[in-house]
Design a protein around this ligand. Structure first.
Ligand SMILES: [Zn+2]
Length: 281
């Protein structure tokens, strides 16, 4: 057990912590650089695809900048959403514009060439994303095959957006991948035991989307960090497309309150930087 967590648990207790946050008396977050491990830019100059009849509003870089500057976000990972499909043109335009403190996480079709993966790696794409939240997970062997190929061709890791509870039958196979990341704390309370098993096998977990998950976020953060203090990575998930409520600065205060300053600083920066290896950091 991390000493920091122990101390905070003694000082606060879970109930006291919930009260503290609910009444808005959360401690002011220590101001230091933040790596946003999960955000989306939706630029209508590039292809945006309707998903199940839903087309997201534009969220250009200028708006993202405006919202995240007060949070001290100075680096991060731009993630392709379902609405980006397999388009790489927006990332090819955006990543050079953002500079070497930023990386990409993209979606590719199963027949993507190794050369395309290697080419995207040169502009800062570091991972591929599987969005299986709204679909069945019956093609795990295909996921494993593509993830292994992408790691060999571009040193990419695999990011998985799913209800972690649905990953239970696939833990053994997923644990053998070179590196996986689970989005949004695994989404559900029922998924937390699976998330913890994956953390034991080396998975990283995104502390993101607090407004879209169905779980006790504080408890999940605490338990994941207790298993491995290097596992959690913070992200805004802006613009919070289709979330029950959008990202709020208070989400960052919660991370700090639950984990304590030293561990939170790792979650806001070092844990993600060591995984994403941005050239300019
Ligand atoms: Zn997202």
């Amino acid at each position: 057990m991390d000493a920091n967590l122990d101390r905070r648990r003694l000082l606060l207790g879970a109930g006291a912590l919930a009260t503290l946050t609910a009444t808005g008396c959360a401690a002011t977050r220590t101001q230091s650089d933040v790596f946003d491990a999960h955000c989306h830019i939706i630029d209508p100059r590039y292809p945006v695809i309707a998903n199940q009849g839903f087309t997201p509003d534009a969220f250009p870089l200028s708006e993202y900048d405006q919202q995240t500057r007060p949070l001290h976000v100075t680096a991060g990972a731009i993630v392709s959403g379902s609405f980006h499909g397999y388009d790489q043109s927006y990332l090819r335009a955006l990543l050079p514009q953002l500079g070497p403190r930023w990386v990409g996480v993209t979606q590719v079709p199963p027949d993507v060439s190794d050369a395309e993966i290697a080419s995207l790696a040169t502009i800062g794409v570091r991972a591929l994303r599987f969005n299986i939240f709204r679909g069945r997970i019956d093609a795990v062997d295909d996921i494993v095959a593509l993830a292994n190929r992408a790691h060999a061709a571009g040193r990419w890791h695999a990011e998985i957006y799913a209800d972690a509870a649905a990953l239970r039958p696939h833990v053994a196979k997923l644990s053998k991948l070179p590196q996986i990341v689970i989005d949004h704390l695994g989404m559900t309370e029922a998924g937390l035991p699976v998330v913890l098993d994956l953390v034991d096998a080396g998975a990283r977990i995104k502390a993101t989307g607090f407004g879209r998950v169905s779980m006790d976020v504080a408890k999940a953060l605490e338990r994941i960090a207790a298993r491995n203090p290097k596992a959690l990575m913070f992200g805004t998930d802006l613009p919070s497309t289709r979330a029950k409520r959008p990202f709020m600065a208070e989400d960052m205060a919660l991370v700090q309150n639950v984990l304590g300053t030293a561990l939170a600083r790792q979650v806001f920066w070092a844990n993600a930087v060591s995984l994403y290896r941005p050239d300019g950091v």
